[in-house]
Design a protein around this ligand. Sequence first.
Ligand code: B12
Ligand code: SF4
Ligand code: SF4
Length: 369
Amino acid sequence: MKDINVINFFEENNLNFSSNFNLGVTNLPSKINFGEEISEIKSNQLHANMKFTFSNPEYSGLGDKFNWAKSAILITYNYKNKTQPSMLTSPGHGQIARFAEKDYYLPLKNKIIEIEQVFEKLNIKFKSFIDNPNHYDRTFFVSSGLGWQGKSTMMLTPGSGPWQLLATIYVDHRFEESENTNYSCGECNLCQISCPTGALNSEYKLDSNKCISYWLQSPEFIPYEMRNAIGNKFYGCDDCLTSCPPGQENNNVVIFNKNQQVKLEEIIREDNEKLNEMFYWFYIPKRNAEYLKRNAIIALGNNPDQNTLRFLEQIYPESSSHLKMYILWALFKIGDNNIYQNFINSFDSEDNTIIEEYEKLKEMISLSK
Ligand code: B12
Ligand code: SF4
Ligand code: SF4
């Protein structure tokens, strides 16, 4: 008997999908295994010491994880919503990458719950993964006929390009396998030349040590060369996505999208707990909103308005010594004043890591004179 098409199966069970969703199927066992690729990235230190899928590559990259599973369904959610994502921000404002302008994982997670309810009702075993350290979400994308992996490492589909989030459901039921497509980036390299830091200098390989998206989620001190490249970005980076032709609208008018910008002063003044609530869907190291304030200070140093100098001078005394290091950098970056000189001379901290950073800052400032 012919295997049933996955969409027809769900329709028969009263579950429909809007055009934002796309589904593809890989039959199992698949012999697909990205364990080696993930390990190689780790051993070449391109993962910037991140944990996630790098903690256990042998398992996270393994396609055939469960011997009971007959198919893997790859489900994608296109969050572009037919509008061109914007890079525009006003002075004093910071940019949020499109995937994080709101909780776009939520519609995907809700859809997965609906799918799981269908399987539960039919007594079919399943296991779902989305942004889970135990599973590499891109594993079945190409084999499920949904598109190809681009030179930016993003998974691309004609129409939605890279603007999609991915999830996988292993299921003890055999569906009709999707047909493979045969697309590729061809000679295009726009993501590589649009990346402000050279993180994509080797095609199809991301060096996370140079990736702004990584640094804005990292608890480490952000290196000085990165701070300049971060520009007005507050969370995430879309430069290799916005430049990607398969993800662009035909009538490519760049619009201003208020959901993609935040007023940086407001973020810096906000209570840490409130910030955690406001951005509950962000990955924030240790859920410590100090890191969001750090991002905001860097973006403000790169994208100040008329009030910024006065504002930084005002908040400096009551800020933590960790944030003081960034405020000093921002004051220096904006330049043309002596405020930072007074502050830097009187700086004091009992934390050795911060003192180390303070020495680096002084060296950087003296070198640039
Ligand atoms: C760690 C991580 C990051 C890290 C590292 C990203 C990376 N490319 O590895 C950082 C923090 C930098 C990051 C950033 C972003 N991320 Co992220 N991230 C992850 C996470 C948790 C794991 C990814 C992973 O395991 N990487 C390891 C390596 C092995 O993966 P890879 O780069 O894909 O490696 C392949 C290539 O090297 C390729 N390759 C090597 N040589 C060659 C040669 C050829 C010819 C080809 C075709 C391929 C090829 O082979 C490897 C295996 O396929 C996943 C969620 C998950 N659990 O899977 C989300 C995930 C990858 N991220 C996602 C998103 C949305 C982003 C951002 C766009 C967010 C933003 N706007 O800031 C950026 C994009 C940056 C970029 N260009 O990739 C989405 C991507 C969806 C998509 N369409 O592909 C995912 C899948 C989350 C999700 N559930 O939707 N992310
Ligand atoms: S997310 Fe930004 S920094 Fe990272 S590879 Fe893409 S363009 Fe470069
Ligand atoms: S910008 Fe061009 S090279 Fe880069 S992922 Fe998109 S199509 Fe591929």
